[in-house]
Design a protein around this ligand. Structure first.
Ligand SMILES: O=C(O)C1=C[C@@H](OP(=O)(O)O)[C@@H](O)[C@H](O)C1
Ligand SMILES: C=C(OP(=O)(O)O)C(=O)O
Length: 416
């Protein structure tokens, strides 16, 4: 489906939805507690619903009302279905593989096409010498069999942090103590920090020494109520909208967060963008931006919107070290370049980097979503500084993480 965006100016205040990453983790932590609790400031998206469905199939019950989710996990482990459906959520797939390995049963992961093309190598390597089978039945089906026992685990840190988070979440549930060693660069480290933060908030202790994590076994997650913080990865689109096209205040983002994507505030400021802390929230105002070089290895989800910002800055900027971007919902190196060029900007791939020449205005035109929610949202923001309208082909991909995006962007902020 195609969406026409004709928004040239934004003005107003927008509440940023709850963090998807915190949402996945808090749902899992509360479910592993086998108790009851309420998650407040909770927002739905297709990815979050995939995690909910997997937990429901593992025996957990939910009631959702008014952005609040009540959870009854007292029957966790009394399965309704041994087929997990992670849809297109990489986090869900990579978090639930170790969760199902708590049970010594056979589980099937039936995925939407595309998800199983994203790497599972780190688990495949890890489980090779353990008595655990990961078997890709087809492009849509993965069979998981075995039982995880405590021990010493070594995992690469430069494929996806989700493997590390997935293992960390279950290690305290095992009978003995475990050590998890991450080798090489730990990329997307902010997401591991979020995992550790949620585990701590739910009463779990992990001792960290650099990239070695020591986790005592036989720990219990505490059942509790929990408030999910706002999502900086989504806030990034609205802050960018403010500096490109008007005056936007975002609310709901916590200071001192573990979210790596909170770095968007520093990056925009380094580009000369004006973002002020106000009593209401962060206020971003239209600014002249200068191009800079940005390392995207730690904050891959910011790439599409950083691409838009650089394409509307003065000078040449580079998005650096994006090799893992190839394994997201789309190959985000290619699709970020395609989005910018299709809207009349100047961007090219350079190995694992993207090089962008800034312009005053883009032309507009048709941008393909490539089934990537973050390309959809970045394209909509690019419309603010495009001469013609922007048409987003496949805009429904936005539902993966931010179903209310167009409501917030067009109805709350857009002023013609
Ligand atoms: O753990 C998480 O919640 C996520 C980790 C990141 O993936 P990588 O670790 O593969 O970069 C990020 O891109 C994804 O959107 C969410
Ligand atoms: C890559 C993303 O999510 P996931 O890996 O969970 O599919 C994302 O939200 O941009």
């Amino acid at each position: 489906m195609i969406k026409e965006i004709n928004c040239k100016k934004v003005n107003g205040t927008v509440r940023i939805p709850a963090s998807k990453s915190y949402g996945h983790r808090a749902l899992i932590a509360l479910s592993l507690s086998k108790g009851k609790g309420v998650l407040d400031n909770f927002d739905m998206s297709l990815d979050i619903m995939a995690t909910l469905k997997c937990l429901e199939d593992l025996g957990v019950d939910f009631i959702f009302s008014d952005r609040s989710l009540s959870i009854d996990a007292t029957r966790f482990g009394q399965f309704r279905d041994r087929t997990m459906k992670p849809e297109e959520s990489g986090s869900t797939l990579r978090f639930f593989i170790p969760i199902t390995l708590l049970f010594d049963e056979v589980f099937e992961f039936r995925c939407k096409t595309g998800l199983l093309k994203r790497p599972l190598t780190v688990y495949e390597e890890l489980f090779k010498d353990l008595d655990i089978v990961l078997y890709r039945d087809s492009l849509e089906s993965l069979v998981v069999k075995g039982k995880l026992t405590s021990g010493e685990f070594t995992m690469r840190g430069d494929v996806s942090s989700q493997f590390i988070s997935g293992m960390l979440l279950v290690l305290p549930m095992l009978e003995g103590d475990s050590v998890l060693k991450v080798t090489g660069e730990l990329e997307s480290e902010g997401y591991v920090n979020m995992t550790l933060k949620v585990m701590e908030d739910f009463g779990i202790e992990v001792a960290r020494d650099g990239n070695t994590f020591r986790v005592k076994g036989n720990q219990s997650y505490l059942a509790r109520d929990y408030k999910i913080e706002g999502d900086y990865s989504q806030g990034a689109f609205m802050l960018a909208a403010g500096v490109l096209g008007g005056d936007v205040t975002v609310t709901g983002l916590e200071k001192g967060t573990a979210q790596g994507d909170a770095d968007i505030v520093r990056i925009i400021k380094d580009m000369g963008g004006v973002i002020d802390e106000t009593p209401d929230g962060l206020r971003a105002r239209r600014s002249d931006l200068k191009a800079i070089d940005i390392d995207i290895s730690q904050t891959p989800d910011l790439t599409p919107i950083l691409g838009v910002l650089l394409s509307l800055s003065k000078g040449t900027g580079r998005l650096l070290n994006g090799k893992r971007l190839r394994y997201k919902e789309s190959d985000r190196i290619k699709t970020t370049v395609a989005m910018i060029t299709s809207l009349g900007g100047d961007a090219r791939e350079d190995g694992e980097d993207i090089v962008i020449e800034g312009k005053d205005m883009l032309k507009g035109g048709r941008s393909f979503a490539f089934n990537d929610h973050r390309i959809v949202m970045a394209s909509a923001v690019a419309a603010l500084r495009s001469l013609d309208k922007v048409y987003i082909d496949g805009y429904e991909a936005v539902n993966k993480s931010y179903p209310e995006f167009f409501n917030d962007f067009e109805h709350m902020l857009c002023s013609r």
